[in-house]
Design a binder for this molecule. Structure first.
Ligand code: OGA
Ligand code: NI
Length: 375
């Protein structure tokens, strides 16, 4: 994928941004581990490379709170959203969910649990393949599409304890099939079907989001364009011998418009930051977690919140998830919708274009790319 290229750094030089989420960096390792799948590092538990370790304040990653009953991560029934009798009530819930948490768990989304199991299964089967087989789909240096782990931009960088398969699944003419695993043999067909289901669902959600703001239902869709993209990322988090000092994914907010996360069915790990406090995202079997990304925060002029989240890992158990990131056509300029700007609600964000391109560079330095857009 071409959204991170070698000149991405330019953005950082020309516009230094405040460093808000970055913890103090540990010294980097000797560079040899670059490109080694995390899955293989696990074979040598005494020797977790320094680039992964949070020495300071690392303990406590796993003692986040469970949301309380009266302020729980909202659960929305998408069936009720589409029925005329219940839609209005559900839209109010949606508005509240995206304003306060920036995310919700979607149930009754129309996908069979057996199909979601299939999506999990093809991913699991791929990560279980011998390394030579997986390497056939390896990402290229400085590019993100394919199989691999973090791109290393600097020696200071703290790495995520995860291996991934990253695929641009839409628009269709931008699919690079050389990165799409051919084994297991139903990997591709499953990904295609999952993509189509989520493409349709993303339209439903973006329309509902507009309606919940009393806007015409296509208000967001018109801005993202006919050639909006979707990126699918399968995340594999191997067990880690020192889970209090390593993160599966460091704190970040997504650069998407919205993200669909299919969680592991048994192993928790995702945490969301709200009111400066980390909360565990509970597992609801067969729900999809839907969260706002930075580009909807911008378009909604801050009414919907792109939540900071992170992933903690586990000493004994592996965890697998699948994240689908929706993103506008990179040619489109993204800015707060006119109707959401007035004297009482001044414009909060500058226009951005091809936001995902700058996103990863910032992310890997522990910074929020959103800072580049805030006025
Ligand atoms: C991501 C992400 C969460 C998870 O991929 O951006 O936040 O639980 N993943 O895997
Ligand atoms: Ni994320």
């Amino acid at each position: 994928m071409t959204w991170v290229n070698s000149d991405g750094r330019r953005h950082h030089k020309s516009k230094p941004i405040p460093n808000r989420t970055l913890p103090v960096m540990a010294e980097s390792g000797d560079g040899e581990i670059a490109g080694t799948p995390v899955q293989e590092l696990v074979l040598n538990p005494q020797n977790v490379p320094k680039n992964y370790i949070y020495e300071e304040g690392g303990s406590g990653f796993r003692d986040a709170l469970l949301p309380s009953q009266d302020d729980d991560i909202p659960v929305l029934d998408l069936h009720r959203l589409s029925s005329p009798f219940t839609a209005q009530q559900e839209l109010v819930k949606l508005h509240h969910a995206l304003h306060s948490w920036g995310c919700f768990q979607a149930i009754n989304h129309g996908m069979e649990s057996s199909f979601l199991d299939k999506v999990r299964e093809v991913s699991k089967q791929f990560f279980e393949l011998p390394k030579e087989e997986k390497k056939k789909y390896a990402r290229e240096p400085n590019d993100i599409e394919g199989y691999g782990n973090d791109i290393i931009y600097s020696k200071q960088q703290r790495l995520d304890w995860t291996d991934r398969v990253y695929l641009k699944v839409l628009p269709e003419d931008q699919r690079q099939f050389k990165f799409w695993p051919q084994s297991p043999n139903d990997f591709r067909s499953t990904v295609l079907q999952y993509t189509e289901s989520l493409r349709l669902l993303s339209e439903v959600i973006l329309k509902a989001m507009a309606k919940s703001l009393n806007l015409e239902e296509n208000s967001f869709l018109n801005e993202t364009g006919e050639r909006s993209s979707m990126f699918l990322r399968f995340n594999y988090y191997p067990p880690c011998p020192i889970p209090d000092h390593v993160l599966g994914v460091k704190p970040h907010a997504d650069g998407s418009t919205i993200t669909f996360l299919l969680q592991d069915k048994e192993v928790e790990g995702l945490q969301v930051l709200k009111d400066d406090q980390w909360f565990k995202v509970p597992i609801i079997p067969n729900a999809l977690l839907i969260n706002v990304g930075d580009q909807i925060e911008i378009m909604s002029n801050g009414i919907f919140r792109s939540p900071v989240h992170r992933v903690v890992i586990n000493k004994e158990k592996e965890r697998l998830t699948a994240a689908m990131f929706c993103s506008p056509d990179p040619e489109k300029v993204i800015k707060p919708l006119d109707k959401l700007v007035d004297e009482t609600r001044p414009i909060l964000y500058r226009p951005v274009k091809n936001y995902v391109e700058i996103y990863f560079q910032y992310y890997q330095q522990g910074k929020r790319p959103m800072e580049a857009s805030k006025i």
